[in-house]
Design a protein around this ligand. Structure first.
Ligand SMILES: [Zn+2]
Length: 125
């Protein structure tokens, strides 16, 4: 009977692993990657998140806007951008819809302006 060498076996195992990873077949929990999912770049993710498990892929996620309660989808593409381009922490997730996010941005800017104005008044007394 033909016996495979250890090296050959290791090569085959590695090739199968690489193929699996390339296709994004499973995530860290062994869950199969659904159609339409996007592969995660773990090298970039690891730079921002030195500890803990990382996803192998992104899938569209449903969430409810915390301000207006509307049903929203955080797409795989948006997640990839957030985690890999904007370098958001892997534990951070979308919580507001687009228009509430915009309102929140304005609210924060206004609060900052009022705060700085207050500081200025205090200094000029
Ligand atoms: Zn909203």
């Amino acid at each position: 009977m033909f016996k495979k060498s250890g090296l050959q076996k290791r090569r085959e195992i590695k090739a199968a692993r690489v193929e699996k990873a390339r296709r994004g077949v499973v995530d860290v929990y062994g869950v199969e990657a659904p159609k339409g999912s996007l592969l995660a770049n773990k090298v970039i993710l690891r730079e921002v998140n030195p500890l803990g498990p990382l996803p192998n892929f992104y899938v569209d996620r449903h969430f409810e806007c915390k301000d207006c309660g509307s049903d929203e989808v955080w797409t795989a593409k948006q997640q990839k951008w957030w985690y890999e381009m904007a370098r958001g922490c892997i534990s951070s997730v979308a919580v507001r819809c687009r228009s509430c996010r915009y309102k929140e941005k304005l609210r924060k800017a206004e609060a900052r302006r009022v705060h700085l104005e207050g500081l200025e008044k205090k200094h000029n007394k």
